[in-house]
Design a protein around this ligand. Structure first.
Ligand SMILES: [Zn+2]
Ligand SMILES: [Zn+2]
Length: 255
């Protein structure tokens, strides 16, 4: 089998990632409008009708904006924790599958391992998707790196990692103190430096590529995120890529 994925956009204003395992297509989060996501799916060569499931990480609007409309329009089941579902503004979803953040499950050819993340949402989790051999992980919306998160991410073959803010830009920027404290806190987001430290700990010969995502529009730049992380790693910058905030990326196939 095989694992490949493409970002439909990743940033503080919207996140969505399409993962393919053999013939199974899974959308992780749908934080743009259904119209935008449908268009990007078509641009990626995928008819939304083909998608087997939408997995939800948590209820913040940059992850769920298009979910209910997509689920209704294309009859896609939505998988999420009870906590996340309880906070959805639009709960009119024809088929909901509840998951436990510590319980692995399968959808078609995909083996999915959720793991809880420290974030200010009801019951947030992120996901590792595997074909049984190769593993792709998403790790965004984390205020800090818990030992359990570190353990789960160890040995993955490709990683989409949050690099939300440049610490100096956040502290010197226009955000009010309360919002700065939330972003910087243990249930907020990872800074470029935190992301770099985690990437350095996770680096191993099998890590094929590191994608940096969920960048803040106001408190980060792609260059700052890239340099913070790439400079900490033992390898060339070709192995690190910064995802576009509001546009389709490129397919990446794990080898
Ligand atoms: Zn969030
Ligand atoms: Zn988010």
């Amino acid at each position: 089998m095989s694992v490949s994925f493409i970002s439909l956009g990743s940033g503080s204003n919207g996140n969505s990632t399409l993962v393919r395992v053999a013939d199974t297509l899974i959308l992780i989060d749908a934080g743009f409008s259904a119209r935008i996501i449908s268009q990007r799916l078509f641009d990626a060569g995928v008819d939304p009708e083909q998608i087997s499931a939408i997995l939800v990480s948590h209820e913040h609007s940059d992850h769920v904006k298009g979910i209910a409309v997509l689920a209704r329009k294309y009859h896609i089941p939505v998988w999420l924790t009870r906590g996340s579902f309880s906070r959805l503004k639009d709960q009119n979803i024809p088929k909901v599958e509840f998951i436990h953040p510590h319980g692995s499950f399968c959808i078609g050819d995909a083996k999915i391992t959720p793991f809880p993340i420290p974030h200010d949402a009801a019951e947030p989790c992120q996901y590792i998707i595997s074909d049984g051999v190769k593993r792709f992980a998403i790790a965004t919306d984390m205020g800090c790196v818990t030992p359990y998160v570190h353990q789960q991410l160890s040995g993955v073959d490709a990683l989409l990692l949050e690099a939300n803010y440049d610490h100096t830009m956040l502290q010197n920027g226009s955000y009010p103190y309360s919002l700065r404290t939330r972003i910087d806190g243990r249930y907020g987001h990872l800074s470029n430096d935190q992301s770099a430290a985690l990437a350095a700990r996770l680096e191993h010969p099998g890590l094929q590529k590191l994608f940096l995502g969920h960048l803040s529009e106001n408190n980060n730049t792609p260059q700052s995120a890239f340099e913070s992380v790439a400079n900490r790693l033992q390898r060339g910058g070709d192995d690190v890529a910064v995802l576009k905030r509001a546009a389709l990326g490129d397919w990446f196939a794990l080898s």
